[in-house]
Design a protein around this ligand. Sequence first.
Ligand code: CMC
Length: 427
Amino acid sequence: MAETAKLIIDGKELEFPIIEGTENEKAIDISKLRAETGYITIDPGYKNTGSTQSAITYLDGEEGILRYRGYSIEELADKADFLGVSYLLIYGELPTEEQYDDFVGKITTHTMVNEDVRKIFDGFPVNAHPMGVMSSLVSAMSGFYPDSYNDKMPDNTDTHIIRLLAKLPTIAAWCLKNSKGHPLNYPKNKLDYCSNLLQMMFAMPVEDYEVNPVVAKALNKLLILHAEHEQNCSTSTVRLVGSSKANIYSSISAGISALWGPLHGGANQEVIEMLEEIKADGGDSQKYIDKAKDKNDPFRLMGFGHRVYKNFDPRAKIIKVACDEVLEALGIDDPVLDIARQLEEAALKDEYFVKRNLYPNVDFYSGIIYRALGIPVNMFTVMFAIGRLPGWIAQWKELRENNEPIGRPRQIYTGATAREFVPIEKR
Ligand code: CMC
């Protein structure tokens, strides 16, 4: 007999089915709770709420395990390339050689962005944050591909997927170039995905640009590490928007906006700014550890803590090693790296952080690598978005293929009870 959970409420005993995933995670299926009892559950921040059943990513926060479609993040970061991982996430299997060549070939030939999108881009002030620009332009793309609006999965969904993967780096590079007052670069089809992105971000018309293989390799690894992370804030946003049958461009645009926040992807920018602040303040990391512990001080140690990882973030481990390798290979001695190491060491010994299971997360060292690669600080979250794109796409596709219902949480109302309207002259 299948396992159930019992609930006694208002003197009535009810049984709810238990759902079990392929890795033995268990959930109580309360989908009939309100119909049978009139009650709802309340769970601020959805800390205990599963919004879906998904076959894309497995994450065990206690053990520090992260797998995309069953493959460990450690192996993928070491052996795969970003577009191969994107294919895996979106289509469920590692591509064969033929599938890979076809996928990469299509992405390569879709990297140019409609020049009319460029006109929208030109309307932004030069200091506009690139995350706002990217979110707007991805949303604008829906206007250029109206066959993406459809309450069923459009037949050419694969083409929209290719377009998004191909064009986001081009838009990202526009943002960087524009912020420096440089002419925008067009994509170069002879280059691989990461090398092309670097070329678009850094090449100047006046001289030849050689892609440094160390930089391209590091970027490939970072994008893989960011590619998917199950039902996090931005992915849940993509799914919620997509659940209303909104098109893929609008759904991804919403995900970019959600990622921008400093508690989510925006943390990588905040980490570097925090490390710089500590350096400028004399490098006293203990002072900032104390500030983070002080409940009267709103300061948080950025790049520390995670909603689901409670022992370590496996991505942070890989990034820390990569950070040392990249800085050494590029011959860079970054003083904020020492401050980051001191902070980590001090926090890991501190009772406040130990008791609350607060460890460095993926964003703690990623900014140091991005900076070493020459990427400006306000572009860090953009790099995260390029990495996370295949994950958002995979989740949007799964939601639509499974024909999931529209997301519509409930609430407990705490406002005024019914009262009579008061005419303005009597208020
Ligand atoms: N510095 C100081 N205290 C912290 C921190 C921190 N970075 N993170 C959590 N805490 C404390 C928090 O004050 C609370 O203490 P208490 O129990 O005494 O009230 C306890 O730890 C639990 O924190 P929480 O905010 O309830 O935990 P959460 O799961 O809601 O939040 C988090 C997770 C990532 C938003 C949070 O740890 C945080 O704000 N970290 C800094 C921002 C950051 O690095 N974000 C990137 C996350 S990883 C990449 C991504 O998702 O994009």
